[in-house]
Ligand binder design. Structure first.
Ligand SMILES: Cc1cc2nc3c(=O)[nH]c(=O)nc-3n(C[C@H](O)[C@H](O)[C@H](O)COP(=O)(O)O)c2cc1C
Length: 180
């Protein structure tokens, strides 16, 4: 367990993974991280599909035209869906669950990447959400927010440079117009 601030500095999106499998206990703890995440009114509208089957990972990697190749490289992908009829904050709730999983993965020294599904489209124009619902049998009322890919890192990314954080986006006390 690295110091939490160090963990945030070192977390970068990883899109290439080795073939090494992930320890099943770590997979369980990554899912627990999602299940422990806070949600509006504690409705917990999310559900997760854990995919390790190579053929299915390859199929899911074609859910949209671009930026989904990390799914085919990963030994594990967790599809984050939520019941849109249960909560008007399903996107926020599902986002928090997704990020909790990414942070837990980082804590294990694993790499991860968020692959956006909602409002994205395949090369044939089909909504990526429909494609993923169809591939995995997810009911219609579930929005599919994203797919979190996880695996042992097969690429090096530089840590975030704390010297380069966008402090101009932070307003102390009241909004200051920074255009002037
Ligand atoms: C809402 C959201 C959607 C994203 N969608 C994708 C995606 O579809 N494919 C991808 O490879 N990365 C995706 N990313 C990862 C971003 O590209 C990445 O976080 C960003 O470039 C910053 O890099 P870093 O995570 O290494 O700091 C997404 C991230 C977020 C938060």
């Amino acid at each position: 367990m690295e110091n939490f601030h160090e963990l945030l500095i070192n977390r970068r999106s990883i899109r290439r993974y080795t073939d090494d499998p992930i320890d099943p206990e770590q997979v369980k703890m990554i899912i627990e991280a999602a299940l422990m995440s806070p949600s509006s009114k504690s409705v917990r509208p999310w559900q997760f599909v854990v995919v390790e089957d190579k053929d299915m990972l390859d199929k899911l990697s074609h859910c949209k035209a671009n930026y989904a190749t990390s799914i085919a490289s990963a030994p594990l992908a967790i599809v984050v869906a939520a019941d849109t009829t249960k909560s008007d904050a399903w996107i926020e709730d599902a986002s928090i669950a997704a990020v909790f999983m990414q942070l837990q993965a980082q804590d294990f020294g694993l790499g991860s990447c968020w692959v956006e599904v909602r409002e994205r489209f395949g090369s044939d124009g089909l909504p990526a959400e429909e494609y993923v619902r169809e591939a995995l049998g997810i009911p219609e009322q579930f929005g599919v927010l994203c797919i979190i890919t996880i695996g042992h890192k097969d690429e090096e990314r530089k840590p975030i440079n704390p010297e380069k954080l966008l402090w101009e986006k932070v307003h102390i006390g009241s909004w200051k117009n920074t255009d002037e």
